[in-house]
Structures are given as structure tokens and as C-alpha cells.
Design a protein around this ligand. Structure first.
Ligand SMILES: *Cc1c(COP(=O)(O)O)cnc(C)c1O
Ligand SMILES: [Zn+2]
Length: 371
């Protein structure tokens, strides 16, 4: 079942939808919460091992082995922390978790042409999975996007539509196109979060069936925050864990609407005016699911922190020296952990996971300028 976050209206799963009639966003309710550890371990070596709580049946699965990325313990200045190398996915970012599940659902619905707006990792991931699924794919990108960023999408064979104006104009153009083709937006679809929730299951499995104490994640439109919240909540409801790990969301100081709303005690996230940031992947001035993101962070006893551009640069270099090459957006979590370590009462035994979302190979131009 799908249910609107705002008005509560429900819709059957058989209907191809990305939005409620009232204009708000929909959430998916898992019909039966059961996960069997043995079945998981006997399942495929991908996120589809959690099939029992995923919203698409096996016959429609569109998969390239996404998920099951390494959880690497590292010791830095005497402290242990776990790095989730989630950029080691088929298209080089964590987005493949959400896209695999979303595109599988579209296949089940018999959708054969989609539109999406993104010049970055979501566009690349969508284009790749559409190629696998035989679905025609139109990716709307801002006209100012550099050619280097578009080349991966082009190789996957998507139709590229360049839109003059701002990033928001690009979204509007894609939504207008949605009158004719299905709008497969990763920011709107309830199914994308059904994919990202597997991050929670995986961390739990990799920690030998235990929840971590906290997960630090970058947050733009919040698909990781929400995926972790949904996944860990389901584990709690099944009795596998006693409490939710703290979800610590990281934003760039130059674009931090969730940070502001959270610390002002608001229930919705008002749009902000953004300044340029290295952390392009989280530069969302008006996240679609703002209220739900705030709920997730509060319910998990988490918080939102911001990092400065200089801290992002330093974090990139420090991670590099540990053998980990990520894009600037991903380095924000390392910067956040460095700062939080001083304040938080994180004792030696605490298990803290840093979610590393995108490969450095995605941003070599930009990273080269920084060295
Ligand atoms: C998309 C993306 C994010 C942020 O995801 P949201 O769902 O917008 O919060 C973080 N890091 C990378 C590398 C991304 O591509
Ligand atoms: Zn509604």
C-alpha cells in the first residue's frame, strides 16, 4: 500500500504513481514484516537477499549485483570508526540501491518510458538500470552542466534534454514531461527509499546482526536518512534490534535547510538560498520530503551538523591517505565525524558508521583543482 505523508490518502500498489492527488509525497508500507536470517544468507549476493521485505517480486528484478559493499573498520588518532564503502556499486554511487528497486517496480508496472531530472549520480544510475531493463529513459539536465558530468549518462544510452535556467527549472521541465511519460524521480518515488533501506539491513548483518550506535550520512533530499530510518524501524518492529541507531545528517554550511529547520525546532523545511559548495550531491535548497526527514532524525535521537568548504577539502585528503578516494559530497561525513568526536560522548566501544556515497572517480576534474 502507498500512503500520502500529508493527507493520509491510500493507493493500491498496482497503480503507477509518483505523487498523491493532493500534491504531496507517498510512502510505501511493507505489507508483512518478516526477515529470516538463514534466508538472507542463502540469498543472492546483492541487496535482493532482503527480498522478503522488498516491494517487487523476483521475476521483475533488475539487478547488477548492487549492495553488499564493504564495511571497513579504520583506526584514526586512536579512535575506531567504520567506513561503509557504498560507492563501490555498479555505477559508482549508493544511488544504485534505490534505482534497482525503483526500476524493478517500473518493470512490474509495464512502464516503458521514463523521465528523470539529475545531472549527477541519480541520472547515471537511472540511465544504467533503464538500459538493463529495456526502458527508454530521458534525463533532464541543466544546460550549464559540464560535458564531463554527462558522459556516463550518454554511454548508458539515455536521451539527454538540456534545460536552460536553474536546477529548479530542470525539475519543472521534467515534471511537465510527466504528462506523457512516467516521472521516475528518485526524490519523489516511495520505491527509491525501499532500496536505500537495505543500507540499514546490511549494516546490521555486517555487524553480526547488531545495530550500530550511530550512522553519519550526507543529506540533500534525504534518501539515505529516510532509508536508514525505514530499515532500522522495520528491524526494530521485527524484534531484531532494541532501538534505532542515531541518524546524524550532514549538510554543507553553504546549503543547509535541514540544519536550520532542525535546530529552530520546525516541523517543515523552508527553502533556503544556496551558495556554491563542493558538496554538489547534497546542495538541495528545498528538499521534497523535508517534514519526514526531520521526523526521522528526531525519532532516532539524531542531529544535523554542517561542515565548511575547507573542512570538506581536508577530509578528502585525509580519506585519500587512508586509501579511500571519494567525491567531495561523501567527504562531508568524515569532516562531521572529526568535529563530533570532540563533543559527543562516544566511548571506545561505540560503533559509528560513516556512509561514503560516491566515488572520487566521478569528480576527477574538480578534485584535480583542489590538489
Ligand atoms: C545523491 C547523493 C547524496 C545525497 O542523497 P539525498 O537523497 O539527496 O540526501 C549524497 N552523496 C552522493 C554522492 C549522492 O550522489
Ligand atoms: Zn495527499
Amino acid at each position: 500500500m502507498l500512503q500520502c505523508y500529508d493527507c493520509g490518502k491510500t493507493y493500491p500498489e498496482e497503480k503507477a504513481l509518483w505523487q498523491c492527488d493532493c500534491g504531496s509525497y507517498l510512502l510505501y508500507t511493507t505489507p508483512e514484516l518478516k526477515l529470516n536470517k538463514e534466508k538472507i544468507q542463502k540469498g543472492p549476493f546483492s541487496l535482493w537477499r532482503y527480498q522478503e521485505v522488498l516491494p517487487v517480486s523476483e521475476e521483475y528484478r533488475v539487478t547488477m549485483g548492487e549492495g553488499l559493499t564493504p564495511l571497513l573498520p579504520v583506526t584514526y588518532e586512536g579512535r575506531e570508526v567504520f567506513l561503509k564503502l557504498d560507492f563501490l556499486q555498479p555505477t559508482g554511487s549508493y544511488k544504485d540501491r534505490g534505482t534497482s528497486v525503483l526500476i524493478s517496480k517500473l518493470k512490474e508496472w509495464g512502464v516503458n518510458r521514463v523521465a528523470e531530472d539529475s545531472s549527477g549520480n541519480a541520472g547515471a544510475s537511472m540511465a544504467a538500470y533503464c538500459a538493463r531493463a529495456g526502458i527508454e529513459c530521458e534525463i533532464f539536465v541543466p544546460a550549464y552542466t559540464s560535458a564531463g558530468k554527462l558522459v556516463q549518462i550518454q554511454y548508458y544510452g539515455a536521451d539527454m534534454v538540456k534545460v536552460p535556467g536553474t536546477r529548479e527549472d530542470t525539475t519543472l521541465a521534467a515534471i511537465r514531461r510527466a504528462e506523457e511519460v512516467f516521472y521516475a524521480s528518485h526524490n519523489w518515488s516511495p520505491y527509491f527509499i525501499e532500496g536505500t533501506k537495505t543500507l540499514a539491513f546490511e549494516c546490521w548483518e555486517q555487524l553480526e546482526w547488531q545495530a550500530p550506535d550511530a550512522v553519519i550520512v550526507p543529506a540533500g533530499n534525504g534518501s539515505l536518512v529516510l532509508g536508514l530510518y525505514k530499515g532500522f524501524t522495520e528491524l526494530k518492529e521485527m524484534g531484531y534490534i532494541n532501538r534505532l541507531p542515531r541518524i546524524i545528517a550532514v549538510q554543507a554550511a553553504n546549503c543547509s535547510p535541514v540544519y536550520r529547520a532542525f535546530h529552530q525546532g520546525l516541523d517543515v523545511v523552508p527553502a533556503v538560498k544556496k551558495q556554491p559548495t563542493l558538496a554538489e550531491g547534497i546542495a538541495s535548497a528545498a528538499p521534497v520530503k523535508g517534514a519526514y526527514i526531520l521526523e526521522a532524525i528526531r525519532e532516532s535521537d539524531g542531529t544535523v551538523v554542517i561542515v565548511q568548504e575547507e573542512e570538506i577539502k581536508r577530509a578528502l585528503l585525509e580519506l585519500g591517505r587512508l586509501g579511500v578516494f571519494v567525491e567531495p559530497t561523501s567527504a562531508t561525513v568524515w569532516a562531521a565525524w572529526r568535529a563530533l568526536r570532540q563533543q559527543e560522548e562516544w566511548t571506545a566501544g561505540q560503533k559509528i558508521i560513516l556512509e561514503l556515497t560516491g566515488s572520487g572517480l566521478k569528480a576527477t576534474d574538480k578534485l584535480q583543482e583542489l590538489t
